[in-house]
Design a protein around this ligand. Structure first.
Ligand code: NAD
Length: 542
């Protein structure tokens, strides 16, 4: 089959477009937004390369305008999931034998389609479905997804190049086989890039996939499906199903051919899925691979040597961009008493300057949270903080769901470092701040380490190298992505491979070769050139 050792294009990060007033990209995305917002689409399941309409539909509405309907999607029944599994296993016969350069060609083509003809559409879809500002949509659904697709191709060839030593009489080769059976991708609402990457990276490595997107992301998932189809992903390789997650998961995990779970979402759900796999373990033909990247309670620690304006900016950007709905969003901060007065006034000034509303108005920095469930939960925590004696609202604290699910960016200050919003993932535009005595830095670092079950991201701001070193050491297990003098969000594929430990996930680092290694099962081949024909070793001689 192979007739050359091919080099793949060297992956480079997709440049982020600016969308300044008057720019062509701004015009294009606003036009796409208008067209899509004012029409309706119907999203069927996608099984074996066919659109499957089940007739049982739900409507889709933008979180910032929840009475406005932009389309419908179809819900699967169990028979559709059985079909998706059967079809994937059938497709595996050809796909797992497809030369790697052909698989690479498909996903590199997908990257270019998103970078060019689909860019405005996938960004507009993400603005509508997930209420992202254009900047947040651009860095997610365009740039990060493009980066995942391009870098993964390069990582795949790096993996394939990893080979054992050979000798003159025996040639040792490792083949990186796809997993036997089919894989299952379950994706969250908050990143279009993650939704596309989870099924795509498994398929790139030769696997076949059943993909279940989040109900709140189906509108932009449809664009991903269209891109994959146009890029040439063959029928049956990635099958997309929507509907009751419990039924879908039960059906997938009951199959003896289930061979891997690629999950991103909340911690509780992931633990339940892990448990279910454990309960079924005697039924599987192979031990399923389990990769899950989950929740966070991400921190910012300021040392007394830090610059107050920089600390405030890290808090404001880290906590509130995309309404705090990034797994990496800063949601607890520890500020020394001596800096507090300045940090406080900068944070209040910044938060009061935010404009809130629809992403179509590009002067808005904050838009709506994803759905009513999230809105109600956040409002409950805000009300609680208003009445608790050990917490006070510094700024924000308002909410309104009459048109969209709008929560004002809210800063809570607490005198109790174990206050509920210092420990629990809220996943919204709310950060809680604890002010510590300057001379309790070491104790504060211990507190940061011990306060939450998570260990996803965290940041230390300090101009004192000894203090930064002390934090790096003390917090070594408290974050999988640790930032010095920066906000704890904004990881870039190929630059900061992403993932956390403890309850935050298996830390298989999305956007790295390490993640792709989970989707292959190496086969060692030793070829001996002159085969022995006598069992006797020299030492047996007289
Ligand atoms: P979620 O857990 O509600 O949903 C994630 C996926 O799981 C969705 O597709 C959902 O339909 C599915 N699901 C829900 N219940 C299920 C069940 N019982 N069985 C099987 N599947 C089920 O999460 P979300 O609200 O979409 O996303 C936010 C969460 O994701 C946050 O906790 C965030 O921290 C986390 N997240 C983590 C990372 C990371 O890299 N660590 C990245 C993005 C999001």
């Amino acid at each position: 089959m192979g007739k050359g050792f091919f080099n793949v294009p060297i992956a480079v990060n997709e440049p982020v477009k600016g969308y300044a007033p008057g720019s062509p990209e701004r015009k294009a995305v606003l036009q796409a937004y208008k067209d899509m917002f004012n029409s309706k689409i119907d999203v069927p399941l996608y099984i074996n390369g066919n659109d499957v309409e089940t007739g049982n539909t739900r409507t889709m509405s933008p979180p910032h305008d929840h009475q406005h309907v932009v389309g419908t999607y179809h819900l699967a029944e169990q028979a559709h999931i059985d079909d998706a599994i059967a079809t994937a296993l059938e497709a595996r016969k050809s796909w797992s034998q497809m030369p790697w350069e052909q698989r690479a060609g498909i996903f590199l083509r997908a990257a270019e389609l998103i970078a060019g003809p689909y860019r405005a559409k996938i960004n507009a879809a993400t603005m509508i479905a997930q209420s992202k500002t254009i900047h947040q949509a651009e860095i997610d659904s365009a740039c990060e997804l493009i980066d995942f697709l391009r870098f993964n191709v390069q990582f795949m060839t790096d993996i394939y190049a990893e080979q054992p030593e050979s000798t003159s009489d025996a040639w040792n080769r490792i083949e990186y086989r796809p997993l036997e059976g089919f894989t299952y991708a379950v994706t969250p609402f908050n990143f279009t890039a993650i939704a596309g990457n989870l099924p795509a990276c498994m398929a790139l490595m030769g696997n076949v996939v059943v993909w279940k997107p989040s109900d709140s992301q189906i509108y932009s998932a449809k664009v991903i499906m269209d891109v994959f189809k146009e890029a040439g992903v063959p029928a049956g390789v990635i099958n997309v199903v929507f509907g009751d997650p419990v039924m879908i998961t039960n059906t997938v995990m009951a199959s003896p051919d289930f061979s891997g779970l690629h999950f991103t979402g909340s911690t509780f759900i992931f633990k339940e899925l892990w448990k279910q796999i454990g309960n079924n373990i005697h039924n599987y033909k192979t031990y399923p691979r389990i990769v899950g990247e989950t929740g966070g309670k991400d921190f910012i620690v300021a040392h007394k040597s830090a610059n107050a304006k920089q600390v405030a900016t890290a808090i404001v950007r880290g906590a509130f961009e995309f309404q705090g709905q990034k797994c990496s969003a800063a949601s607890r901060a520890y500020i020394p008493e001596s800096l507090w007065k300045d940090v406080k006034s900068y944070v209040i000034e910044d938060v009061n300057s935010f404009k809130i509303g629809s992403p179509e108005d590009m002067s808005n920095f904050i838009t709506a949270v994803i759905h009513e469930g999230s809105f109600d939960k956040l409002a409950k925590y805000i009300d609680q903080a208003k009445s608790d004696t050990d917490a006070e609202i510094l700024v924000g604290g308002g909410y309104d769901k009459s048109k969209g699910y709008f929560i004002e960016p809210t800063v809570i200050v607490t005198s109790n470092p174990k206050y509920t919003t210092m420990c629990t993932e809220l996943f919204g535009p709310v950060i809680t701040i604890y002010v510590y005595e300057d001379d309790t830095y070491a104790e504060t670092l211990k507190l940061v380490d011990e306060t939450s079950e998570y260990a996803l991201t965290g940041a230390i701001l300090s101009t004192d190298r000894y203090a930064a070193t002390q934090a790096t050491e003390a917090l070594q297990n408290a974050a999988g992505n640790f930032y010095i003098n920066d906000k704890p969000t904004g990881a870039v594929v190929g630059q900061q491979p992403f993932g956390g430990a403890r309850a935050s996930g298996t830390n298989d680092k999305a956007g790295s070769a390490q993640n792709l290694l989970r989707w292959v099962s190496p086969r060692m081949i030793k070829e001996t050139f002159v085969t022995p024909s006598d069992y006797r070793y020299p030492f047996l001689g007289e």
